[in-house]
Design a protein around this ligand. Sequence first.
Ligand code: ZN
Length: 159
Amino acid sequence: MTAHSVFDYRCPSCGLAYAPFKKGVKCPKCGYEPQETHDMISEAIDAWFYHVFIYGRGTPPAYAILSLGDHYILLSCIFLDYYVYELAKGKVDKEHFIERFLAKANFEGCEYLVDHYREYFSDLLERFEALTKGDKRMLDLAKRVAKCVERTSGEDVDS
Ligand SMILES: [Zn+2]
């Protein structure tokens, strides 16, 4: 079982699918500011913990994207897996980590999404840290997830 979201949204002005994950997040493409927001970050963090509980890592072996929310969940799970992988090795420079992650993602043709995701990932990490800070079990969990990531992926997580 994987965690899924029913959240879908399109900018009423230009039709872009993106998550207004908190108040003040404007459409990355046309700048329209929506009235509604959706707490995508809480949903994504819950999904990560749920997957770690079931699969040993946040990114499931297979994941079907059925909604816009699912797209954010999968990206967030990959992101947090890499983050705890680095965390298990030592201190992580968050800004630098986010930039490396963004550089690896392919935004070709929609470069306007880079700033949107930079803000999203930065908030995601902040929330994740607030939840897990000072919790010694977090480092143990990070180490376990790191081992699992190492075992189950040939991806280059070091560069
Ligand atoms: Zn728009």
